[in-house]
Design a protein around this ligand. Sequence first.
Ligand code: CAA
Length: 303
Amino acid sequence: MAAPIAHGVKQLAVLGAGQMGLGIAFVAALRAKVPVLLHDRSPEQVQKGLALMDKLLAKDVAKGRIQQGDATEARDRVQVVNGVPAFRDADMVIEAVSENLQLKQTIFADLAKELSPSVILATNTSSISVTKIAASAVPPGVAPASAEGQKSAERVVGLHFFNPVPVMKLVELIPALQTSDSTLARARSFAIACGKEVTVSKDVPGFVSNALLMPFINEAIMWLEKGVATREDIDTTLRLGMNHPMGPLQLADFIGLDTCLAIQQTLYAGTGDSKYRPSVLLERMVDAQWYGKKNGKGFYEYD
Ligand code: CAA
């Protein structure tokens, strides 16, 4: 059997310091022991993220999982930077901004403009076409179908982490139509270095994970809407009856109702299949700006 390809990541860059980006920076710095450049357009978000990282490292030390020296080294590996131009020395960038195609396309065009074609560009999207994102990863004036455009797009790959990243053991790997075998092998090897198991999904809407999870969550919301059972009884049934760590409504709050809706809209638009149509209650809750755990109100209330 051929030896696995080394990830070759000596410097990682993470774009977005929300719960996913921060979690990715955490496992890269602590488990893969790779220096991380972290950028978010919101300085408050960066500060919040770093405070969480300090808390998680302190907990790992207190529980005897790592030594204080490991925690200090991991923390020192994370450097906050000012924007994409500061990613110049990175070998891999992982984008973890919100689920918005236009935003991701703008970011990938910018990354392609600023960085050498040898830099792997990974997206943590949970449902958007990685192929569409890859087509935007070309320098200005270059056609995606040209030889130069294909060369630029072949380093784009989907690297889908799960929340909370330090705890969840999986990374879903999604090759775009353009992704080269070497990009895919290096991305896989990097995810393994971060302590994750890897599965591969074709670039279909929602990939394997969310194409299966979202109808389940949506159905639970519809059952609540229909008054079949209370929120507690729906969640407890799945938690205790099926040994799920969280019930579906709790999980929806945990993922973020805005994120759930965005994923469901991508699934429905991408397939036309009515089983993916978001429930009216979910739409209304997002209209009300009830986003779940992250802003204190969803199916449940949070401090
Ligand atoms: N960040 C880091 N660590 C966290 C965390 C966070 N946000 N939340 C909890 N943890 C850690 C806790 O610190 C604790 O660690 P220790 O073992 O070191 O003490 C551990 O997780 C267990 O936490 P708790 O004891 O507080 O609570 P719990 O046993 O109920 O577990 C949970 C919490 C791990 C979140 C668990 O409820 C769970 O696995 N829930 C399901 C999560 C899930 O399905 N995630 C995937 C969502 S889908 C997704 O992310 C992809 C997408 O595209 C939408």
